[in-house]
Design a protein around this ligand. Sequence first.
Ligand code: SF4
Ligand code: SF4
Length: 243
Amino acid sequence: MNAQVQKPFEEILGYLEGKKRIVLMGCGGCATVFHTGGIEDIDEMAKRLTKEGKVVTGKIGLPFAVFACYLPMSSMFLKEHEKEIEECDAILMQSCGDGAQVVRAYLDEEMGIVKPMYPANNALGFSGGGPASFREECQACGECELGRMAGICPLVQCPKGLLNGPCGGTNTDGKCELDPTRDCAWVMIYKRLEKLGQLSELEEIVGPHDWSKQVRPRSLEVEPIDLMEKLKETKKVIEHLGV
Ligand code: SF4
Ligand code: SF4
């Protein structure tokens, strides 16, 4: 998931200075899980902005599991709210920067509506876990090393991103020299390889990481999924849960 927190309200108000009619748009994916862009979060933002003299002319709340960044679904909501978007002074995006830019580009290029758009949130990157605690595990480097590292990512878990053993500064209690509250990534990797009976893997020198895969922006072409078929599967889960 793309972890995120809401920006300080003063910063949001600063963006909206001189803008009266505001459309709010959220996201039914990560932003709902992190309480930064779910339907309730949009309602809350609308109340706060109204108190500050803004007129919220549109609230584009996406139901859970409808991602702002996935246009086959989010574009339906944009079209439904076309009039409010056309008539507003600004759009406040309560999503991550990915969702915000996908929506901005769709409005610009597909719907021909060019409006100022501002972010309500700060995205913090991939984090897994839940329902309450999340932890960053992967920085999407494009060349996964987990297979050579006992399933523990040294690029994220080690502040120096070391691929061939610890830096030499590891504390005697196994904590990282740069952050004594956390375990040294290489102590974790060693212990796990030991449990797996694969310590001999440490004898191999790992070649340089291919950083060229991090040249950005990266893009990807895939075969589109059959959305209706996938939704049928989701429907089964919903029915199973008795919703
Ligand atoms: S090596 Fe680490 S950052 Fe790269 S893809 Fe694997 S888990 Fe993600
Ligand atoms: S102590 Fe371990 S986790 Fe910390 S920087 Fe050195 S090798 Fe990386």
